[in-house]
Write a protein that binds this ligand. Structure first.
Ligand code: SD4
Length: 325
């Protein structure tokens, strides 16, 4: 396989940084194992430490559901988790105290759906899928997205948990806006899947940057920025400072670089370098993960501390990613 050398190099690099935590998480034993595992389809790859999400995606796939169903099922896990303060229920609010959610989903046929600034709905990824499947549009925002969700049978929920509310009140004292790097190892989830036929799908869901300006939209729901899937080539997704990803159309860029012959790893590295060469990146984090049609994986970030979760055969491996700094 053309990409073999690059993949081995990457996996060697990532191997010594592999961290295993908790029961049921597989620790990588050897580089050769990793390379073989990497070729085994299907698999699920998500940003951050997301073994529960990956497990839900894996279970969905094993129940004969599509890879699209699988990534949606995975994304719904952090959306419903009040302890994940970057996604869905329990997410950090904007500076006015409103939790506003961004999400998107993309299938192997190139279909895409998204919601932005959606309030009061726990599962924006599922609303995004309905936008994709049940409307002539690809993106609904704010009140229109909420109306559509309610019309589609979703119910209203108060998404602001006591914990996030208290932290927001503390933030109000100074009201100083400063994005934090690698918040508690569970952040925006971007989840990519490849099934046994090498068909691809992806989803991305977030409450966006904590204490953002009302109306701010990040990269996560924007096609080509927070997520891109091209079933001929591969898929990529992003986490971190959305403005930097938007300005470089990061996920689309990575997939197009793979089309031009880069491995998934090389493409993720170049995606980060496009930011580093042009933007003031020193205090900011962006992390990318990508998979190719051939089952190659890549990941790279600006700052250390970014991790991903890879699930093969129902076993989860959490690896720290190589970074520019
Ligand atoms: C955003 N990219 O709204 C998201 C935030 C994020 O990890 O990914 N945090 O800019």
């Amino acid at each position: 396989m053309k990409n073999d050398k690059g993949r081995r190099h990457f996996l060697k690099q990532s191997l010594h940084k592999t961290i295993g935590v908790g029961a049921g998480i597989q620790l990588l034993q050897s580089c050769e194992n990793t390379v073989q595992n990497n070729n085994t389809l299907p698999f699920i790859l998500s940003t951050w430490k997301n073994e529960k999400a990956n497990q839900a995606a894996w279970d969905s796939l094993k129940n004969s559901n599509s890879i699209l169903d699988a990534v949606e099922a995975g994304a719904r896990i952090p959306e419903a988790d009040p302890n994940d303060q970057s996604v869905g229920y329990g997410g950090r609010p904007d500076r006015d105290g409103n939790v506003t959610l961004d999400a998107c989903i993309m299938d192997s046929k190139g279909n895409y759906g998204a919601v932005t600034a959606l309030q009061h709905i726990m599962h924006p990824v599922s609303v995004a899928r309905k936008v994709m499947e049940d409307t002539p549009h690809v993106m609904l925002t704010g009140d229109g997205a909420l109306q559509f969700a309610l019309d589609s049978g979703f119910s209203k929920t108060n998404l602001l948990t006591e914990k996030s509310k208290q932290e927001w009140k503390e933030w109000l004292v100074t009201s100083e806006y400063k994005p934090k790097i690698n918040i508690e190892l569970h952040d925006t989830i971007g989840i990519l899947g490849i099934d046994a036929n090498a068909d691809l799908a992806g989803a991305c869901t977030t409450s966006g940057l904590g204490y953002k300006m009302p109306g701010r939209i990040g990269d996560s729901p924007v096609v080509g920025a927070g997520l891109f899937v091209d079933n001929e080539i591969g898929a990529a997704t992003a986490t971190g400072m959305g403005e930097l990803v938007l300005k470089s159309v990061g996920s689309f860029l990575i997939v197009e670089l793979m089309r031009q012959g880069m491995t998934a790893q090389e493409a993720c590295e170049e995606g980060v370098m496009r930011i580093v060469r042009k933007q003031d990146y020193k205090e900011l984090q962006v992390g990318y993960i990508a998979i190719s049609k051939t089952g190659d994986i890549g990941a790279y970030s600006i700052q250390p501390g970014f991790i991903y979760t890879l699930t093969i055969d129902g076993k989860h491996t959490i690896s720290e990613v190589k970074s520019y700094l």
